[in-house]
Design a protein around this ligand. Sequence first.
Ligand code: NOJ
Length: 540
Amino acid sequence: MIYQIYPRSFADSDGNGVGDLGGIASHLDHLAGGPESLGIDAIWLSPIYPSPDFDFGYDVSDYLGVDPKYGTLADLEHLVEVAHARGLRIVLDLVLNHSSHEHAWFRASRASRDGPYADWYIWRDSPGRTPTGRRRPPNNWRSYFGGSAWTWVEARQQFYLHTFLPQQPDLNWRNPATRAALLDVVQTWLDRGVDGFRLDVFNTFFKDPALRSNPRRLGRRGRWTWQRHLHDRDQPELRDALHDLRTSVDSRPGRMTVGELFDDSMVDAAPYVEPRHLVFDWTFINIPWSATAFRSAIAARDAAFGPERWPANVLSNHDQPRHGSRFGDGVSRQVGDARAKVAATLLLTLRGTPFLYYGEELGLRNLSIRNAEAKDPPARRASWLFPWWNRDQARGPMPWHPGRGGGFTTAQPWLPLPADADTRNVERQAADPASVLSWYRRLLRLRRETPALQAGGQQLLDAGVPSVLAYLRYPGPAADGEPDALIALNFGTVAAPIAIPPADSGSWRVAASTGARPEGQTVTGTIQLSPSEALVLVRS
Ligand code: NOJ
């Protein structure tokens, strides 16, 4: 399992209100290697490179450094070393579609059309002026963060492309020198001992060479969704570049990548998946709390990925509302937490590699932050033409224990702690066997002990009741041999029956249940799942 840390918000070791590498290093016991640890396999760190923070690190001004607010390169190397000593791997976030406008490459590129960096970004002349005298951009592409994807630079008398903010100019992957420099970045971090990379918006690296305008579709003019994004991403040349990048990663045994598929579906994700090179798809992020919705999404993804491709399972990340809120808003805290445990069970028992966003193990909900106080850059640009969900709400400080600062900081935190931090924190939940955290620890232990939960296939069961989702897990490909685990999840708030199919050999026993079911109990025939019960049976 890979655990995503948003470094600004995990733990602040130097008392400035912003999390840092020292804070992460001093909380590794929570993650792995200690008696009370979650027992995860790897940490993915959202960007830690020097950045002017127009997009909180997703605008990199030096790909090989560490931002002083997080520490030094030596601190990062220390973190890698102490993590490795616990069997924990470190995955960095590589933002290779765009740099910061403050990167030395862009400063040089914007200064003149002739210098060595002139062609490192995507520059074009203006095709003329509008009737009102404004310069026309080279095509109709939109920025995902609102407005045109093109910004004019007087010095060059040209526009440059930015799929995101104007402070995030897109790099020109078609220039061999740029591409070689980006691959050198990958190589350098591998040499420094990191174990893998999350690739930010990798499917936008290449754009149509002729920069053709995107065809329009219905919708409000000017919005991102107003176009079919045919020419500003997913170009055939990407395959070759990905191959080079992956070959470099594969030259070190045991390294991996996970690509962030930007604004595409699970069907688009599947062809990019290769062994040890995962691709995020947003299958479970966009659906409501409904067993039927999850069932069809799982079936559709199994069909798209087939038995060979290995999925990455995600319920939350730094861009999306926390699933504690998506699934728990509008119900009591108790039911919300019961759903958080059902969601945890899904995440940790479905076929695929689970990605857990920090704080989900406590069932954290979204912060409530007024728009006027938003720090998230696109949220500050939001308008009726450009609606945006303020991502600050999912990026709040981790509450470690009750009290001022919550153990996150001794200073004023950069974002407020959750309103319920005094009761919803690591210390409190560790002491409570019925907490969301205790359930995560229990399930992760079970996952480590049960090969069929780590690899192999799955098969959906027809539970016969719309509120129940049930599936079998196999140690090898599904349909080969016998299943070793059966998972039954009651999404409803009333009890629901489920007929447990007989085990071919041995019997089904309770391995973990959020209901009042003793571990080890044999289960046969039709049983009643209690409201919001998550039940995992193993065959023995
Ligand atoms: C995707 C990242 O997850 C998001 O946080 C960021 O704003 C954009 N890429 C731009 O880098």
